[in-house]
Write a protein that binds this ligand. Structure first.
Ligand code: PLP
Length: 374
């Protein structure tokens, strides 16, 4: 009997020979916290995204928190967030003392629905904070118009969307700020890391100040603490890892899109499985390849059966309103029908670097057999 290798959801695309020289250099220099490599990494991401400034942080979660604090978001303010997201988006809002206002997804679209968002705008709305789920950009034009109408800001949780585009802009360049993640589940990884991107020089300066304890340089020795800040600094070795992947980011994205399009082709006619289509104004980064299993079928049983075939799959992501942490802010589950459907029925398939057609076929065949038997 031939035993097939197991197929994981994702594999970090870090190559030892690409980082060895710089990691040795960092260790030899003794500069382990933020230094030259962090600055180079920031420049590489800013140039790639097409913005003037990028500020590296320890994670997307701290990037989101820093962005909101930089805008002065505080208790009494409201921030619109999607219900269907990794809950770090909502946590960052709650940590500022502001109120998260959860918004449903669209039909056949994982991201924040602009029409639902419009219904939740109030005179306390300070920020609209959409997510680009799995690297599928939200409708930032519509959401920016909505924000402009009421004098609110647009901060994008772009944790998954490095390299995706919508309306001729790369993700991270929509709205006032974009926040990336470099967690191992993302397109580029540092192990842990994040970054805020912006075209606003004053905001970038404030992000840098708050990232480093709120401390500014003085002409005399020592620092001046201008306001209470945080330590959200990225350090050098993670920056070396991130930078090594930014040097071949086009190749990384091409590889992910090639695999995704193979899946699209193989799954387009499969009963019980639906695949969302890229709108003509967008390109996706495919941080994850996510399908939706029909409501009559048990998604969790699909995950268990795929595991028996040595294929790792998982849920898409969470509906915040289904989690006790957010009960205070989500009184009525009936408000989130699309998000609830996606949370219950979405399924992430493996998308590893250089995935072979044979691996894609094996995943598709297993999925088709399992769904047919249900
Ligand atoms: C991964 C993710 C985060 C959290 O990123 P970290 O870098 O782990 O803090 C936040 N939002 C979304 C949408 C994510 O997918």
């Amino acid at each position: 009997m031939i035993v097939a290798d197991s197929i994981p959801i994702i594999r970090p695309d870090v190559l030892y020979h690409e980082v060895e020289h710089d990691v040795r250099g960092v260790l030899a220099s003794g500069i382990l916290t933020s230094g030259r490599h962090v600055a180079d990494f920031e420049k590489a991401v800013a140039d790639f995204v097409g913005v003037d400034h990028a500020v590296a942080t320890t994670s997307a979660t701290t990037a989101l928190h820093l962005s909101l604090v930089a805008l002065g978001v505080e208790q009494g303010d409201e921030v619109l967030v999607p219900d269907f997201t990794f809950p770090a988006t909502a946590n960052a809002v709650i940590q500022t003392g502001a109120t998260p206002v959860f918004v449903d997804s669209g039909i056949g679209d994982f991201s924040m629905d602009p029409e639902s968002a419009a219904m939740h705008i109030s005179d306390r709305t300070r920020v609209i904070m959409p997510v680009d789920p799995f690297g599928q950009p939200a409708d930032h034009l519509a959401l920016a118009r909505l924000a402009d109408d009421v004098g609110a800001r647009l901060v994008v949780d772009a944790a998954c969307s490095l390299g995706a585009t919508r309306d001729d802009r790369r993700c991270g360049a929509h709205g006032n700020m974009g926040c990336f993640s470099f967690h191992p589940r993302k397109v580029v990884t540092c192990g842990e890391g994040g970054m805020v991107t912006t075209d606003d020089r004053d905001l970038a300066e404030r992000l840098r100040l708050l990232r480093n304890h709120g401390a500014a340089k003085k002409s005399t020795p020592g620092l001046e603490f201008v306001e209470p800040g945080f330590n959200y600094r990225l350090s050098e070795i993670p920056a070396v890892l991130g930078l090594s992947q930014m040097r071949r980011i086009d190749q990384i994205l091409l590889d992910r899109r090639t695999t995704a399009h193979r899946y699209d082709g193989a799954l387009s006619q499969v009963l019980g499985v639906s695949v969302h289509k890229t709108p003509p104004c967008a390109t996706w980064s495919y941080q994850s390849y996510v399908v939706v299993i029909d409501s009559g079928l048990n998604r969790d049983a699909v995950i268990a059966k795929m595991a028996e075939a040595d294929i790792e799959t998982t849920i898409g992501t969470y509906a915040c309103h289904q989690n006790p942490a957010y009960a205070t802010w989500c009184q009525d589950p009936a408000e989130f029908p699309n998000s609830a459907l996606f949370a219950d029925q979405s399924l992430t398939l493996p998308l590893v670097p250089s995935m072979t057609t044979g691996q894609v076929e094996r995943v598709v065949e297993a999925l088709v057999t399992i769904v047919e038997d249900m």
